[in-house]
Design a binder for this molecule. Structure first.
Ligand SMILES: Cc1cc2nc3c(=O)[nH]c(=O)nc-3n(C[C@H](O)[C@H](O)[C@H](O)COP(=O)(O)OP(=O)(O)OC[C@H]3O[C@@H](n4cnc5c(N)ncnc54)[C@H](O)[C@@H]3O)c2cc1C
Length: 500
């Protein structure tokens, strides 16, 4: 049986952030994730590194945390943060009183703002609705959550920690009423590993209450589903928000070659049973169109959904619940961390690690705000055009990923999963959504002896089914025609529909 000091369960931003912090403070640990990094809310989020503007009026404490963390992350993570800037646009009918409260609240929590005339805003984002009254500029950014998790985990790995992705914690080992370790099942082989630790950290986001209950306690939360759509163009180079109280579909974030628009907020009970509803897609598109009119005629390439792990609130409206976070010491060897934002993941990790240091009676200061994230040298960084110089052996035309990129990842992490390559290279995340590059990448993995012919067909089939679930809510017009072409290629030319 393996022993360590800390087991972190959950490889989202929070879990990876804690792993980095523990590594920098010299604490041995395991990080266990049932899927790949960022498989939960982190990978399903909007990719907005908040300036805090969105929360300034109703949740000033969370807004202050956002602006402080925004300033830190743009310094330590320059290869996963694009400094786009953001606009809050006021359209005809949007309250001027709210605009005044917004400016005052931003000032109180330290968010720099600049009021722009409509024509100045249109200079910055020509696709904005020309009827806008004015806009307020804030320091919003776009952030790549997949890279963020992997870069945090890199430090942990470099300092000797063990990271087990595709391992699901299926049970908590208890001794004398205390949590003494975990049983983790390898999702590919089914093999169970037992690992013991002095402390277990539950960073499983929306699965937090389930995990706390496995440990004999609970972690009450409100789960709020949010859905988003992806356009096949970058319609704006700045984040665009609506200048009004937070509501559905009022944020558009540029992300590499595409834009992410959303989101909705619907209370759910089971994080494993969520789907995008076509009414959510309609709502998001009509709200986005109010800010950027060509949104309506732009091709949507996918819709996706995730669950916000919010603190338990009295209010059933997820938007009214604080974006603050909470650490629970269950006094049984398990700590849970709940709530928060992607933007504040580093601060959350710092506070949780401080609590563990107190628990261990140690006094080592946090360094995560000062040290740049490890592993950034290997990344191309923004923007996409910088990658145009490596066009040899191209595998994914949309995101300019070549054979060498795929081989490097496969050699480094020895994966059998196509999603692991996507998260590390953005293969399949552009306009064709993996329609034309997935089978090429699997062919490379087969050439390299990583997967057998049968395994690659199984992985491809699973991938295509998951892809279709994401694309289905956005299917009409050209997108529908293109999907039929992709289906004909897979079913007809590649024979995917035939029994093996
Ligand atoms: C639609 C939407 C949009 C959002 N947009 C933004 C945004 O733009 N900006 C922002 O700052 N925040 C945003 N958020 C909030 C943000 O995404 C979350 O607060 C944050 O990502 C939570 O990270 P986490 O690591 O705590 O949880 P998660 O990312 O959910 O990570 C938990 C991990 O635990 C793993 N896990 C669960 N059970 C087990 C088990 N038994 N064994 C092993 N692993 C397990 C899961 O697979 C998952 O990877 C958004 C959230 C949603 C849902």
């Amino acid at each position: 049986m393996t022993k360590t000091d800390v087991i972190i369960i959950g490889g989202g931003a929070t879990g990876c952030g804690i792993a980095r912090d523990l590594a920098l403070r010299g604490i041995p640990h395991y990080l266990i994730e049932k899927d790949d990094f960022a498989a939960g809310a982190t990978g399903a989020c909007h990719g907005l590194l908040h300036s805090g503007g969105r929360y300034a009026v109703n949740d000033p404490e969370a807004a202050k945390e956002c602006i402080e963390e925004n300033m830190i992350l743009r310094k330590i993570g320059e290869k996963c943060v694009e400094i786009t800037g953001g606009l809050f646009v006021r359209l005809p009918g949007d309250s001027k009183r709210f605009r005044d409260r917004f400016l005052k609240s931003c000032e109180e929590v330290g968010i720099p703002t600049e009021v722009l005339s409509a024509s100045r805003a249109l200079d910055l984002v020509p696709n904005l609705n020309p009827v806008l009254e004015e806009a307020v500029k804030v320091p919003d950014c776009s952030i790549d959550p997949f890279r963020l998790c992997m870069l945090n985990a890199t430090t942990s790995r470099l300092k000797g920690a063990t990271i087990l992705t595709h391992h699901k914690v299926v049970d908590i080992i208890k001794e004398h009423g205390r949590c003494a370790g975990v049983k983790a099942a390898d999702q590919f082989t089914g093999q169970i590993r037992e690992i013991r630790a002095r402390v277990i950290v539950n960073a499983t986001g929306a699965w937090g209450d389930k995990m706390a209950q496995l440990g004999g306690s609970d972690a009450p939360m409100t789960l709020s589903k949010g859905s988003l759509v992806i356009t096949n163009h970058r319609l704006t180079n700045m984040v665009v928000n609506r200048l009004r109280p937070p509501s559905d579909g009022d944020i558009i974030v540029p992300n590499e070659a595409v834009c992410l628009a959303g989101t909705t907020s619907i209370t759910v009970t089971d994080p494993d049973a969520i789907e995008v509803d076509s009414r959510e897609v309609d709502k998001v598109i009509s709200e986005a169109q109010a800010m950027i009119p060509i949104f309506r005629s732009t091709r949507m390439i996918r819709a996706y959904t995730g669950v916000r792990p919010l603190l338990k609130g009295d209010n059933s409206d997820g938007r009214a619940i604080s974006r603050g976070f909470k650490i629970i010491d269950h006094k049984n060897g398990m700590f849970s961390i709940l709530g928060g934002k992607l933007t504040t993941y580093r601060l959350m990790a710092e506070k949780l690690t401080d609590a563990l240091m107190d628990h261990f009676g140690l006094n080592v200061a946090c360094e995560t705000a000062q040290k740049p994230l490890d592993g950034q040298d290997e990344l191309s960084g923004y923007p996409l055009s910088k990658r145009l110089n490596s066009l040899n052996g191209i595998v994914c035309e949309c995101e300019l990923v070549n054979r060498e990129d795929v081989e490097r990842i496969v050699n480094r992490i020895g994966t059998k999963y196509i999603r692991d390559i996507q998260h590390r290279t953005r293969l399949g995340m552009g306009p064709c959504q993996g329609g034309f590059c997935t089978y090429r990448a699997l062919g490379i993995m087969q050439d390299m002896g990583r997967v057998s012919a049968d395994e690659s067909m199984r992985v491809l089939r699973e991938f295509l089914q998951r892809r279709f679930r994401g694309i289905r809510p956005a299917l009409w017009g050209d997108q529908l025609r293109e999907e039929q072409l992709v289906e004909s290629i897979y079913l007809g030319i590649l024979g995917m529909g035939r029994e093996q």
